[in-house]
Design a protein around this ligand. Structure first.
Ligand code: AMP
Ligand code: ZN
Ligand code: FE
Ligand code: FE
Length: 283
């Protein structure tokens, strides 16, 4: 049987692995396919595809866009996207600028709390265009201003903690349209983490194609619940580990895997979306 892990982060966002390391881990886990889904970035897709091809693994170009609906932060996965699509690249560049401004604001808040971190230290450590809270947490630990990543989140970075800064986000509908016009399939990420099933009918209305039923933080009961919803709303099913590198000493890659037939269904949907996009006038 062939399996795929369809949710992975690299150092091009807040993961720690390089593409070559992702490919090596994927090979070790005997995955037939992976998808790179960095937050608000597609920068690592080409290199990851090259490294995967070298070891005979299929690599799907993806991203994980931060969006919101009804005051809830939602993550929308895009699969089989055209990573050179100009509209996608322009919007992603804007998201990245927002993320960089947000780092400066988080650091300013920390400084007001007499925590002497610099934005430059965070940017140097992040070394990517889509920096986020995990990079601030790592910089705090590196500068010995916190003893662990957990402490950094608990004391400063979690929602409503003193250095937390809300992110300006596109609407879920915009994210879905953006993925579609780039030829991609739009999937709601880890709905069990948001615990807001009431947003799902609206997303279906907005054209979402699928739902991530299998995820590291979904229990068996949660996965079964979303499989039922996928069935009810005629949505595609995906799953992935959401690996960001080592987690408690082990990489999560390969610990959540879906049968390859789900990749085939995604591929078929992507072909339909690309055909529909080609028939549309250029926006
Ligand atoms: P951001 O996109 O900057 O808001 O950061 C979100 C990322 O931070 C998520 O993808 C998680 O990887 C990580 N994260 C969020 N909350 C926590 C937490 N309480 N502890 C550790 N990591 C977290
Ligand atoms: Zn992340
Ligand atoms: Fe996410
Ligand atoms: Fe993720």
């Amino acid at each position: 049987m062939k399996f795929a892990d369809l949710h992975l982060h690299s150092h091009f966002s807040d993961g720690t692995y390089k593409p070559v390391e992702i490919a090596a881990h994927a090979q070790r886990c005997r995955l037939a396919a992976i998808a790179l889904t960095d937050h608000d970035s597609v920068e690592g897709c080409q290199e990851t595809a090259r490294e995967c091809a070298a070891v005979g693994i299929e690599c799907i170009a993806g991203t994980e866009l931060t969006a919101e609906q009804s005051d809830n932060e939602l993550h929308l996965l895009g699969y089989f996207i055209d990573i050179e699509n100009p509209t996608l690249l322009t919007r992603i560049a804007r998201c990245q600028a927002v993320r960089q401004d947000r780092i400066r604001e988080m650091v300013a808040r920390l400084n007001r709390l007499k925590v002497p971190l610099t934005a430059e230290a965070v940017f140097a450590l992040a070394n990517c265009r889509a920096p986020g809270r995990p990079h601030v947490a790592r910089a705090l630990v590196k500068a010995r201003l916190c003893s662990s990543l957990d402490e950094a989140f608990e004391r400063f970075l979690k929602r409503n903690r003193p250095a937390w800064v809300p992110k300006l986000k596109m609407s879920a509908g915009e994210a879905i349209d953006l993925i579609h016009q780039a030829g991609g399939v739009a999937v709601l990420a880890h709905p069990g983490l948001n615990r807001t099933d009431n947003v799902i009918p609206g997303l279906v209305e907005a054209g979402v194609d699928g739902i991530e039923c299998f995820h590291t933080k979904h229990s068996t009961v949660t996965s079964e619940h979303y499989l039922e919803l996928a069935d009810r709303f005629h949505l595609l099913v995906t799953g992935g580990s959401d690996c960001h590198g080592l987690s408690k000493g082990k990489p999560l890659i390969g610990t959540v895997r879906v049968p390859y037939r789900h990749v085939e269904k995604l591929k078929a949907r992507a072909a339909e979306i690309k055909a529909a996009a080609a028939a549309q006038p250029v926006r």
